[in-house]
Design a protein around this ligand. Structure first.
Ligand SMILES: Nc1nc2c(ncn2[C@@H]2O[C@H](COP(=O)(O)OP(=O)(O)OP(=O)(O)O)[C@@H](O)[C@H]2O)c(=O)[nH]1
Ligand SMILES: [Mg+2]
Length: 243
């Protein structure tokens, strides 16, 4: 039913995105799309795209919120559409290219579907688990199957869980905010004393509890949210070893 699988990977954690999604898809006809590129370090994303390319899979970095990078992907899909029609029935009327979007919850599948189709038909939103059921969407010679984030993240723990939480691929009740904030401060921001770093962050925001003490829970939550929104700049959590 599908000509091409668009395998969406969060630009900040391409390796973890890939490992978790890998068991669900065949090796065939795979295209990688690094999403939310505006939130990741552009140089690191460039190296990821290059790495996937040398491994034989076309790869694109996109920003579905602004549309940046999407034109290159559209040009690629149009070329694929032209080639399937030629190969199968050169004499027949061109048939649409069927693509399926696949990836972690909240990675940007529905937003990309809208960009590719130039519509806002696919419902999208800030929390994971928004799309329910799979939907075929069509415009001209492109058909897109938008799927829900079906990848099972319920068993994720340790660093994998922290990465998923930091990029909001898991629901808020799946992780401990203070643990995630501690890990982010230590491993991603390289802070030797994560507790005082998060406390300082909370104080600077005025998150004070009774007695003037910093509300560590609130500070942790806000710290994670600021990271997710790119308020600390464009930060890649995972870098390819070739870089
Ligand atoms: N900064 C940024 N945010 C994006 C980008 N693409 C999507 N988003 C946001 O990410 C959130 C999730 O987008 P969706 O398109 O709903 O993601 P999804 O993969 O369809 O999510 P589920 O259907 O819940 O699995 C939304 O708040 C989007 O606005 C992007 O390129 N950059
Ligand atoms: Mg969706």
């Amino acid at each position: 039913m599908v000509d091409l699988f668009l395998f969406l990977l969060d630009s900040r954690i391409p390796e973890t995105s890939l490992q978790l999604a890998e068991p669900y898809l065949s090796r065939m006809n795979r295209v990688y799309v690094l999403t939310k590129a505006d939130l990741a370090d552009p140089e690191v994303t460039y190296h990821w795209v290059k790495k996937f390319g040398t491994q034989g899979s076309p790869a694109f970095a996109v920003e579905s919120n602004t549309g940046r990078g999407v034109d290159d992907l559209i040009a690629y899909l149009e070329a694929q559409q032209a080639s399937i029609s030629d190969r199968a029935h050169p004499e027949a009327i061109a048939r649409p290219l069927r693509t399926m979007l696949f990836g972690l919850p909240n990675v940007g599948k529905s937003s990309l579907a809208n960009r590719l189709l130039g519509t806002s038909k696919a419902a999208f939103g800030a929390r994971p688990g928004l799309t329910r059921g799979s939907h075929w969407l069509r415009r001209g010679l492109l058909e897109i199957l938008d799927t829900p984030g079906v990848i099972d993240t319920s068993q994720a723990k340790g660093e994998v869980l922290y990465k998923l939480a930091a990029t909001w691929a898991v629901r808020d009740n799946q992780y401990d905010e203070e643990e995630v904030a501690f890990w982010l401060a230590k491993e991603v921001f390289d802070k030797p004393d994560p507790v005082s770093f998060i406390t300082g962050f909370g104080r600077s925001r005025g998150f004070l509890g009774p007695g003037g003490q910093v509300d560590f829970g609130r500070a942790s939550k806000s710290f994670i949210q600021c990271f997710r929104e790119g308020k600390f700049g464009r930060i890649s959590i995972e870098k390819p070893d070739t870089q």
